[in-house]
Design a protein around this ligand. Structure first.
Ligand code: BES
Ligand code: MN
Ligand code: ZN
Length: 512
């Protein structure tokens, strides 16, 4: 969709639909400004009689529109060229948060698509009472609309509907046009990262093998001006990446390691970031085979990879003055005759040995080699993101990622960023007792803890063996928020793109 800011007046704007955010006052919609904009309240002597111009306030009240968050009401009106207002509820101005702006934009976008409106204008200044700066308004509006209409069903063979709306215009009237433009630019960077991540997560596993994921990452790197290197099996063998090779060895589609570099600064003092993302393109469980129910959702087991790649898109488009390496170990976890078995011992790239007790605990095996690889560059901040454990979903549900590591500074930044982007994280403990549990009987480590207790925490404890103590590191377990079977809010069903906006914003905060 195309986005612009216009200083044209509300009455003259060319659009099929003018989206008009409306706050709620007590239990009714606050219609004061709206009625003025629509050509003033109807003359008192005609009110409710159908004469003169229509009784807008009466129509709105009769329709039961109270300005509740995300509720919409199209009303036909004179006084503006567009002829149509789409009222969208914002809730009470005092309670309005950034996510409410996204939700309202999402609702408006879906409604505009339903009405086949090709050109939509938004009365941005109507959002003023919420008290956000103008850039935040336009950024969040952009995010909400783009995310709500992010493409799905691309693989259906039927005739494609044209994508509507095609163009959005924010009416600057009362807002700073340059701040609105700046916010749109930020929004564009963040949403393109998120949508790129979603597209990858939604692809079926036959169309997104490790090699195909690498090809998509390479194409993205070319578009965004990043360096890209893809390590194939011979190179993985040279580097002795026993974890990644082990997980990939039961599949007809061999593993890869994708490495991207973004150089946003030539200064030696610029902070160095590294992201590692779990890229299991399909997780059948391997020989420790998963039950069939919902196994299809394991196409999303590369959502960590998608999130870090999406974050790289956003960081590059925001031109953040940092240097960033993105490392994606990618494999398909399958149970063929060559697959790893429970009791196998793997030697990882850092030389540590790991006893595989459950082949379904594969994410940590490939991340171990990814973390080791990223750690060699001595990053100031090392993040890994992974759909790592069902235990994390049990602990935190679908709306929070678990955050574990050794850096309070990183967790604080993530919490702030997540509050803003609404990709919320919750800190979980990383302690020696759990590291102890992960020590092996036959090898240095084993890949699962004893029982089911604290599964997200023992997984993080395992990963810590592959990060050196001096490196500031945070592990994000996104098994819950990465994917939703049903659509809702600003997300259609499928991949949410979780983490792309979050990590980009976190980098911005830590670099600031
Ligand atoms: N990819 C799964 C984790 C997962 C579960 C992601 C549900 C998204 C939704 C991971 O590879 C896995 O299988 N983990 C096991 C670990 C166990 C064997 C220690 C799990 O969570 O059951
Ligand atoms: Mn698994
Ligand atoms: Zn997995």
């Amino acid at each position: 969709m195309k986005w612009s800011v216009s200083t044209a007046s509300l009455a003259d704007i060319r659009a099929d639909l003018i989206v008009y955010p409306v706050f709620r006052k007590d239990d009714a919609a606050d219609l004061g400004a709206l009625l003025k904009d629509a050509g003033g309240p109807p003359p008192a002597r005609h009110r409710g009689k159908g004469a003169g111009h229509p009784d807008l306030a009466g129509i709105i009240t009769a329709a039961g529109f109270t300005g509740a968050v995300g509720k919409t009401l199209p009303v036909h009106c004179g006084g503006v060229k567009a002829g149509w207002f789409l009222l969208v509820g914002m809730g009470k101005a005092d309670d309005c948060g950034l996510q409410d702006i996204r939700k309202a934009a999402a609702a408006a976008a879906r409604q505009a698509r339903g009405m086949k409106a090709a050109q939509v204008a938004v009365r941005a200044s109507a959002l003023k009472p919420a008290g956000f700066d103008d850039a935040a308004l336009s950024r969040c509006w952009h995010e909400g609309a783009e995310m709500a209409l992010s493409p799905v069903g691309e693989l259906k063979s039927g005739k494609k509907e044209p994508r509507t709306p095609r163009a959005w215009t924010l009416l600057a009237d009362g807002c700073s046009a340059s701040d609105l433009r700046a916010g749109l630019k930020e929004g564009q960077a963040l949403t393109s990262g998120c949508l790129f991540a979603r597209e990858l997560v939604n692809l079926p596993p036959n169309l997104l093998t490790p090699a195909l994921l690498a090809a998509r990452a390479r194409a993205m790197a070319r578009r965004e001006g990043l360096k890209c290197r893809v390590l194939g099996v011979p190179e993985l063998k040279k580097m002795k990446m026993g974890g990644l090779l082990g997980v990939g060895q039961g599949s007809a589609h061999p593993p890869r390691m994708i490495v991207l570099e973004y150089r946003g600064s030539r200064s030696a003092r610029a902070p160095k970031f590294a992201f590692v993302g779990k890229g299991v393109t399909f997780d059948s469980g391997g020989i420790s085979l998963k039950p069939s129910a919902n196994m299809d959702e394991m196409k999303a087991d590369m959502a960590g990879a998608a999130g870090v790649l999406g974050a790289a898109v956003a960081v590059a488009r925001l031109k953040l003055p940092v240097n960033l390496q993105v490392v994606v170990p990618t494999a398909e976890n399958m149970p063929d005759g060559g697959a790893i078995k429970p009791a196998d011992v793997l030697t990882m790239a850092n030389g540590k040995t790991v006893e595989v007790l459950n082949t379904d605990a594969e994410g940590r095996l490939i991340l171990a080699d990814g973390l080791w690889y990223a750690g060699r560059g001595k990053p100031d901040f090392l993040f890994d993101m992974a759909t790592l454990t069902g235990a994390c979903v049990v602990a935190l549900g679908k709306h929070f990622a678990g955050a574990m590591g050794n850096s309070g500074e990183m967790i604080t930044a993530l919490e702030q960023a997540g509050g803003e982007t609404f990709e919320r994280v919750w800190p979980l403990p990383l302690v020696d007792e759990h590291k102890e549990i992960m020590k092996g009987t036959w090898a240095d480590l084993q890949n699962i803890g004893g029982g089911r207790e604290g599964g997200a925490l023992t997984a993080a404890a395992f990963l810590s063996a592959f990060v050196d103590d001096e490196t500031s590191w945070t592990h994000l377990d996104i098994a819950g928020p990465a994917y939703q079977a049903k659509g809702g809010g600003i997300n259609p069903a499928g991949g949410t793109g979780f983490g792309a906006r979050l990590l980009a914003r976190t980098v911005q905060i830590l670099a600031g």
